[in-house]
Every structure is written in C-alpha cells, then in structure tokens.
Write a protein that binds this ligand. Structure first.
Ligand SMILES: [Zn+2]
Length: 472
C-alpha cells in the first residue's frame, strides 16, 4: 500500500533532499556562522581599494583585487570578462541660497551631471514633488528656473521607499531640461538627517540637453523648503565642473567552485564590484562581494564537492547603467539553459528577513525544504516574487530562476551612496548570517538534481510600478 502510494504520488511529493544532503547543508550553515572570510574580504576591499566608481583607477584596482582574492581563496577558472563602461568625472559642487535668506547648502553632484558655466547658474527655484507634478506645469513656468524635487523617501524595512522616491534622481534633470530648466536639485534619496548628499546615477535621453543636477542633504532640503514656504521668490546659485571622459574598459570577475557532475550546470552567486565614489562601498556592495565569495568558498570546503558548479560573478558597473550585468546576460545567453539558479546580494549586510523564490509553483515544496534549513536563523520563505535584483535580474530576463534573500533595509538608506558607507558600519555577525543563508541555499540548489526548470514570468506590472532594474 505504501509502495503504491509512493509510486502514484508526483515526484515532487517525495523528500527532495536526502538526510545526508540536509546534514551537509546544516554543517555549511553552522560553519558560515563561525567564519570571518567575508568580513576579512570586506575589510581588505574597503581598505586596499576603497571607492571604485566605474572607469576610475579604483575600478581597475578592484578588478585586480578580486582576481587576486579569488585565486588566493582557491577558486577555479578565475578570470575577467571585459566590459565597456562609461567614465564620468565628478567635479566640486557649490550650492548656496542667494535670497531671500542667503546661506550655503551641502549638495552632491548626481552621476552623469554636466558642468555649469564657470560663473555658475543663478536662478529662481521652482519646487515640485514628483515627475508627475512637473509634467502638469506649462513650459513657461519651468523655463529659466532651477527645478527642485522635494519628494521624501520613506523609511521601510523592505527598502520599498527607494523605488518610489528614486525616479526623480534618474529622470528629473531630463524631464526638467525638456521644459527649459537650467538645472535641477533634488532632496537626497535617503532616510538620514545627516548633512551629506546621496549621489546616484541619472541619464538624459536622446535629444535632451544635459543640465547640471545636484542632491541636497536632507537638512539643507528642509532649510530650502522653509525659505520656499515664506512665499518670497527663492534664488540659488549652483556651480560644478563635472564632465564625461571617454568610455573605458572594466570587467566582470568570475571564479568557480567546480561541481562533481559532468553536466556543466551552474549556480550563479552575484554581487557588484563597483561602487559610488563618495564612500568605500562597504554595504553597497562590498558586502555582497564578500558574502557571495565567502558563501562559495564555504561550500567548496565541504565534502563531497557540490554536484553543480558554484560560480561567483562580481559584476562591473552596476551603479551607472548595469554594464556588467547586461554584457554577462548577452554573452552567456547561449548557456542560459545550464544556469540552474541565480542569487544576488545587494541590499546591505543587515539582518536577513526572508527568502523569495521565483520558480514554477509546483517547485515550492522544494524551496520550502531548502528554506526550512534556515529556520534556526529565523529566515522564512516569504513568497515567490523574487526579481534577482539589478544584476542577476538580467539572468531572470533569460528565464533563469532566481532567489532573493531580503534584508532589514531600515537603516541602509541612511548611508547608501554617501561618504558614510564605510567599513565601520558593518556588523560582522550580520555579514556571517547573510553568508550562511546564501551558502545553505546555493549548496542545496547545487544538489537538487532535477533543477528548477525555467522561471515563470511575472504578472503584468501595474502602470505605476517602479521601473525594473533600478540600480542599487
Ligand atoms: Zn548596489
């Protein structure tokens, strides 16, 4: 009777993992909780390389650093895959209120901004809260003004406030330029009250005249808004000398823990090697680099070797247009069928709050068996709506199943893209906890013989949804 029931049940109803595999996964999890490979890597990256904006000398140093570290840690097939990246050179911003109450403001230049004239731009401020509000204004209201976007980012455990707030950073200047604005200021896309601006990427579309764009620190944005509320015209002076240099070469850096299976299938663990230039890129995304490298290394230290290869991909230039991820997806499209699963760490080394998968619903019992091993860490399966995040999301576009490990991002956007994203902000216990999650999941994915098929496509996005692939 038992035999009949077992034979009649769908294959997936059987235990997806043997007791020995589950034991090995628990052992990897426990070793990860005692292992500081990731923390040591991050200390090294933030100290010996530091800021590594694409196209800069720091970027080239980061590629050399990653190749050397992966080799030193015993990874196989360590190599760089060249990627063309943009090269923008940050200038020195100057921002001040001229009237009604003159005083200086703390601002940072947004990545991709262009210089002002040497004498600067002095003009009246036109406040709006969003791109939608700007779009409702007649052109003669905007022409000759400095447009100020005052929308505030909401603090949230999921980090969801970022997607809602960030469109003005990417497109505020382009949309304002189309209507004749001279420059743009935004309230920083961040949740802190520190007197630092949050930089980030922006882009102009074909036919738009590039104009300078700045992010004010939140306290300076507050002060500006009080002046605007006085009802008197508010006039500011802005100056900057940023410029575009020629595109240059960077690289995706790859290293593998070879699997024992001859099919050549791989699990991709991704993070981005580049960072913004103002801090050390500690949480964003040095932490991801450290977590994924350490996770793969821990799997490689177990016996036997994993069935499938664990491939670490450290992507070039996530921050300024996803150059590395786009190149990787293009150049590896032919082997997409062999990439069984992708995961990415790019939401800071904070407490993991849950795992999302993106697999066919019949496979959810398998995912649940995997996340059950994370139960002692307090990390549950929270849904099947994973996106793979900015870089590995480009693999999801190819139909590759993805898992996301979400973190408590409540504090992440206090320091994101600021000078305060430094190594001292990293809690080694949280780094180990993230490493334990990815290592456990990657190991079990490598062992799950049938694989995860192809990822289901998402339901059609609601019209107001944030654009996909927002760089983090
Ligand atoms: Zn990032």
């Amino acid at each position: 009777m038992l035999a009949v029931a077992a034979a009649a049940a769908p294959a997936l109803a059987a235990e997806p993992f043997t007791p020995a595999t589950l034991d090995a996964a628990r052992s990897i999890r426990e070793r990860a909780l005692r292992d500081d490979t990731g923390y040591d890597l991050l200390r090294s990256l933030t100290t010996e390389v530091g800021p590594r904006l694409c196209g800069t000398p720091g970027d080239a140093r980061a590629v050399a650093w990653a190749l050397a570290k992966l080799r030193a840690l015993g990874f196989a097939n360590v190599h760089a895959e060249p990627v063309k990246v943009p090269h923008w050179v940050r200038g020195t911003p100057h921002a001040e209120v001229l009237a009604p109450f003159a005083q200086p403001m703390v601002a940072v230049t947004l990545g991709g901004s262009v210089a002002t004239p040497d004498s600067g731009i002095a003009a009246e401020v036109l406040p709006v809260t969003s791109l939608a509000e700007l779009a409702l204004l007649p052109e003669n209201a905007v022409r000759g003004k400095v447009v100020y976007f005052g929308g505030r980012m909401a603090r949230a455990r999921s980090g969801m406030g970022y997607g809602a707030a960030v469109p003005v950073r990417g497109r505020g200047a382009g949309e304002a330029s189309k209507r004749g604005a001279l420059a743009v200021m935004i309230r920083s896309i961040g949740t802190d009250r520190d007197r630092v601006g949050h930089t980030g990427g922006m882009r102009f579309e074909k036919g738009e005249t590039p104009i300078p764009a700045f992010a004010l620190s939140n306290p300076d944005a507050d002060m500006l808004e009080v002046q605007l509320a006085s009802g008197a015209p508010v006039k500011v002076r802005l100056r900057d000398d940023s410029y575009w240099a020629d595109s240059t070469m960077s690289a995706n850096v790859v290293g593998e823990i070879p699997g024992r299976d001859a099919r050549g299938e791989v699990i991709v663990l991704g993070a981005h090697l580049d960072s913004w230039d103002l801090g050390q890129g500690a949480h964003d995304d040095g932490a991801g680099v450290a977590i994924m490298t350490a996770a793969a290394k821990l799997i490689g230290q177990g016996t036997p070797r994993p069935k499938r290869t664990i491939r670490v991909v450290l992507f070039a230039n996530e921050e300024f247009g996803l150059s590395g991820a786009r190149a990787y997806a293009r150049e590896h499209a032919a082997e997409a069928g062999k990439i069984v699963l992708g995961m990415e760490s790019d939401l800071g080394a904070y407490a993991p709050t849950g795992v999302q998968s993106r697999v066919a619903t019949e496979l959810l019992p398998v995912v649940r068996a995997m996340t059950d091993v994370l139960a002692p860490l307090g990390v549950p399966l929270t849904g099947n709506e994973a996106t793979g995040d900015a870089d590995v999301g480009r693999l999801y576009d190819l139909g590759i199943p993805v898992f996301d490990v979400n973190t408590d991002a409540s504090e992440y956007f206090d320091l994101h893209h600021t000078p305060n994203d430094t190594f001292d902000k990293i809690d080694p216990a949280m780094l180990r906890l993230n490493t334990a999650c990815y290592a456990t999941l990657a190991y079990l994915a490598a062992e799950y013989d049938p694989g995860f098929g192809r990822a289901p496509r998402p339901a059609p996005a609601a019209p107001a949804a944030a654009p996909a692939a927002t760089p983090r």
